[in-house]
Design a protein around this ligand. Structure first.
Ligand SMILES: Cc1cc2nc3c(=O)[nH]c(=O)nc-3n(C[C@H](O)[C@H](O)[C@H](O)COP(=O)(O)OP(=O)(O)OC[C@H]3O[C@@H](n4cnc5c(N)ncnc54)[C@H](O)[C@@H]3O)c2cc1C
Length: 371
């Protein structure tokens, strides 16, 4: 280790995915000097934030996340206004599946005074003929599409415009804690800082697991696919974003699928629960044909508007917490930001705000997000 040098930055953020970039953006907006360090390049596809789109929704089984979504939407609009980019489009979101889940989502939306529509499967089939509905359906007009890579690119641009600095292709080898200081080691620099934020996605436990007692995080390889719409179903307005929970015709098969139209790529469909184990040091990008074929069978059965044979698959990392919660907390100079569990993207600017508050000395009051 080189002798530590006092950092000239108020904050060092490790990890330039959506969450680290949003944190650095928020800090820079507040006039703090910030350095963002990313081990790969801006557009890399080895983490969780790449690709065209993610689902944005306010409906959730847990009120905490409906409230977080509402806070996020204001901040998405703020980021759009200052960057002149379209990042979230409210094209509507539909949840369907078991009665109790749909009822929870409906009740959380209503509790917040948000619009929602409970529909019969027949009404939903008529309105969105590309998707088959056979059970309980709730529609939220305030859901839609977030542009993923465009968001990361926008945040990186804003950080620099606001006076922040970014080092890409720079791996942080270790983070040490010495009293009120953190020591951040890269290959050629060792920096001492009063505030380090680690937003390192699947790599996070390696960097900070020995400093704080993290709830178990399990990084897995997810494999969503894009399917071509059939003729007559190729109008983007025919596709809300959707989540389908369980198979009511086969109650023994538990799963949850999500999807949305990604402009230029087709309709993305992915399984929220079926994943490959991930070897971070020996990452494979090979497509798991068994998963792909199971997804094609599912699509053939449930999406009359899609051609199940016209499929393009990709891989991405989910970092799962056992109850699908986030870890957003601080211990001394170390702030930890781990919001994935497959549903973090919609909250990006709100996570940036929460994490920036923590890095500036705040404390976490939401129990589910504490260490
Ligand atoms: C297939 C898939 C579908 C999803 N769908 C949705 C959805 O529809 N809606 C939704 O809301 N969310 C969704 N999510 C979740 C969302 O994408 C994630 O919550 C979010 O992208 C996590 O961002 P992150 O910044 O925490 O992680 P990452 O994007 O992985 O960023 C972490 C960064 O840290 C860097 N890093 C790690 N270690 C170091 C180091 N030592 N030194 C320097 N840099 C380092 C990595 O290179 C990486 O760039 C989905 C995720 C996946 C994978």
């Amino acid at each position: 280790m080189n002798a530590p040098k006092q950092s000239e930055y108020d904050h060092i953020v490790v990890g330039g995915g959506a969450m680290g970039a949003a944190t650095a953006w928020q800090l820079a907006k507040r006039g703090r000097s910030v350095l963002l360090i990313e081990q790969f390049t801006q557009n890399h596809d080895s983490g969780s934030s790449h690709g065209g789109t993610r689902i944005f929704r306010l409906g959730h089984e847990q009120q905490t996340y409906t409230s977080l979504g509402i806070a996020a939407l204001d901040l998405w609009r703020e980021l759009e206004a200052e960057s002149n980019e379209t990042l979230v489009e409210l094209i509507g979101h539909v949840d369907h599946g078991p009665a109790e889940i749909v009822a929870e989502i409906e009740s959380n939306l209503k509790n917040q005074g948000l619009a929602c529509e409970r529909m019969s499967p027949n009404a939903a089939n008529e309105r969105w003929p590309g998707i088959t509905f056979d059970a309980n359906v709730v529609y939220s007009p305030d859901g839609g599409r977030a542009h993923a890579q465009r968001t990361v690119d926008t945040l990186w641009r804003r950080i620099v415009e606001l006076g922040g600095e970014i080092w890409d292709n720079t791996e942080v080898a270790a983070v040490q804690i010495e009293g009120e200081y953190a020591i951040v080691e890269t290959v050629d620099q060792t920096l001492r800082t009063k505030s380090v934020v680690v937003a390192a996605g699947a790599w996070l436990p390696r960097l900070v697991g020995h400093h704080v007692s993290l709830r178990p995080l399990h990084a897995v390889r997810a494999q969503p696919s894009h399917f071509a719409p059939r003729p007559g179903f190729d109008d983007i307005d025919m596709w809300p974003t959707f989540i389908h929970r369980g198979l009511s015709a086969q109650p023994e098969v538990e799963n949850s699928w999500y999807g949305l139209w990604t402009p230029g790529e087709g309709v993305k469909v992915g399984s929220h629960l079926v994943h490959d184990e991930l070897d971070l040091d020996n990452r494979s990008f090979a497509i798991n044909r068994k998963f792909e074929s199971a997804l094609q069978n599912y699509v053939a059965q449930w999406y009359p508007g899609l051609d199940a044979d016209k499929v393009t698959s990709t891989t991405c990392i989910y970092t799962n917490e056992p109850n699908e919660h986030f870890i957003l907390d601080r211990k001394g100079p170390l702030t930890v930001c781990s919001p994935c569990s497959g549903h973090g993207f919609k909250y990006v600017p709100a996570i940036g705000k929460i994490t920036a508050d923590l890095a500036m000395g705040g404390t976490q009051s939401v129990k589910e997000w504490q260490f």
